[in-house]
Design a protein around this ligand. Structure first.
Ligand code: FAD
Length: 469
């Protein structure tokens, strides 16, 4: 009797405990991906990028003499039907942690167990399970640094090699064609442009990790703050779809540290930020949708009066160069430098005093590395409503930040075309990528600030100081 392996955010063959376990049972294995209710709710860019990953995985699975079966619909119904049709003995998958996926997985488990099909859940998305990390007094970490200290010296299991082949069943169940799903259909912007910047699949992700370790990790500690440097790994794009395992990144970082590469420890620390986000989601799922600090529910956001400013923010036309450059970077490449993320989030939630959920949703629509946990933590950190958050009086100044992190204006001149004689290729690509109805052109004047830096700062501080919560 076959075993079904249900792929979700683990679109790789190496270091995949669920797949390896299934293959080692010696029975036929049926790999499946479902365009289910969770995928249906993804934003436009993540959904499109997910489609590329699924296509790539299909090819890799075919190279192993197998086939990725594609189905669309409610996950519990699809798996029930598939288990019945193939007479499967079990369904294996990798653990997920965000509330939508957890809810779905519970329903799937129940419906399969009702028909006496075994279900097994494996690890792989995280380095350290949320239930295995506790403070000295019990409970989970709400502050990053003590969590980092508690896990930094832990053993992390060795990597598992990809199976050399995947045993096929006598007969394959029917499969959808991915092109019929049109996973890029929701994207309003130029997909062909973003496609120039993506790095899809397990072998591309592994090369990306190798390049980072070989060329960039030594100076990572300083370069990671400079948005014009290709000094970070960009692996968030691959980690979010599970094209590479966090263990691969961790072990590579550990080896680099043993070789004396200076930035290696900082890289490991960043990987633990990702863990921290997932632990928070596991213990307090409300972080995804609601203020993590409940006393923030009364905060007087003023987006109702800021519709034009929010539109300008989304378009990268706020008149604040650092903010606009970062939003345009996201629009063209699907990625935004971490410093840019902090700056645009601070400007939206503090200078414009608009709810962090506006930004969270926009990122969810535009980022190819969208990750439910890191995005929610990042936005709540920036707004001040989250755990271990930036204090309310820390309002990033996007002008002095530019002097500090983009002294020679390399980043802003890469992304802003207006007012320049010879704009950079990427700055022009932005105008090709945006929806036509935005009616913008590189010949336009660069706008004046929608909210001046000093005025926005004052308004933000007074709103926070006078808060009645
Ligand atoms: P590197 O610097 O190479 O770091 C290595 C890995 O560590 C990253 O790939 C990522 O997995 C992890 N990491 C690094 N910084 C963070 C962090 N602050 N929080 C959590 N994990 C981290 N990250 C996402 O993956 N998806 C998101 O949707 C997302 N939204 C964000 C929204 C806001 C408002 C903010 C402030 C941050 C957000 N981040 C998000 C975190 C961070 O900006 C990105 O992980 C990072 O920029 C990815 O680039 P990189 O892979 O080159 O990172």
């Amino acid at each position: 009797k076959p075993i079904i392996v249900w792929f979700r955010r683990d679109l790789r063959l190496g270091d995949h405990p669920a797949l390896t376990k299934a293959v080692n049972q010696g029975c036929p294995v049926i790999p499946v991906f479902i365009h289910d209710e969770v995928v249906e709710n993804h934003g436009a860019a993540p959904k499109w990028r997910l489609g590329l990953s699924v296509e790539n995985l299909s090819r890799e699975i075919a190279d192993k003499g197998s086939k990725l079966i594609l189905r669309r619909g409610n996950a519990a119904d699809v798996l029930k039907g598939l288990a019945k049709d193939t007479n499967a003995q079990a369904v294996y998958w990798s653990m997920a942690y965000d509330p939508d996926a957890v809810k779905r997985d519970k329903a799937v488990k129940k419906s399969l167990e009702d028909m006496e099909v075994e279900t097994k859940v494996f690890r792989g998305h995280l380095l350290f399970e949320p239930t295995s990390v506790e403070t000295n007094t019990g409970g989970f970490y709400k502050v990053f640094t003590p969590m980092w200290k508690s896990v930094r010296n832990r053993d992390v299991a060795d990597l598992i090699a990809a199976p050399s082949d995947i045993p096929a069943p006598d007969q394959w169940p029917v499969s959808d064609e991915i092109k019929d799903w049109s996973m890029g259909g929701d994207m309003q912007r130029g997909r062909d442009i973003v496609a120039q910047y993506v790095c899809v699949g397990e072998s591309a992700a592994t090369s990306r990790l190798g390049n980072f370790i070989g060329n960039w990790i030594n100076d990572y500690q300083t370069n990671r703050d400079l948005p014009w440097q290709p000094g970070t790994s960009k692996l968030s794009e691959n980690l979010t779809y599970g094209e590479i395992s966090p263990r691969s990144c961790w072990h590579a970082g550990q080896r680099a540290m043993q070789e004396g590469k200076k930035g290696a420890e900082t890289f490991l620390k960043e990987l633990v930020w990702r863990e921290f986000a997932y632990h928070l989601v596991h213990h307090t799922p409300r972080i995804i949708d609601d203020n993590w600090r409940e006393d923030w529910d009364a905060f007087p956001w003023n987006e109702d009066e800021r519709k034009a400013e929010v539109k300008a923010w989304k378009q990268g036309r706020t008149g604040i160069q650092f903010v606009d450059a970062a939003l345009r970077e996201m629009y063209v490449t699907g990625h935004m430098h971490n410093r840019g993320r902090m700056i645009v989030a601070s400007y939206l939630t503090k200078h414009l005093l608009c709810h962090w959920k506006i930004g969270l949703n926009w990122f969810e629509d535009c980022l190819i590395d969208w990750d439910p946990a890191s995005n929610a933590m990042g936005w709540q950190w920036s707004a001040g409503s989250g755990p271990d958050a930036t204090p309310y009086f820390r309002v990033f100044n996007p002008v002095t930040q530019l002097d500090k992190f983009d002294k020679n204006r390399e980043y802003v001149s890469t992304w802003i075309a207006e007012g320049r004689k010879n704009p950079a290729k990427q700055a022009l690509q932005y105008f090709d990528a945006i929806p036509k109805q935005w009616k913008m052109s590189p010949e336009d004047d660069y706008p004046d600030p929608v909210v001046k830096v000093d005025e926005g700062r004052k308004a933000a501080l007074s709103a926070y100081e006078n808060r009645s919560f």
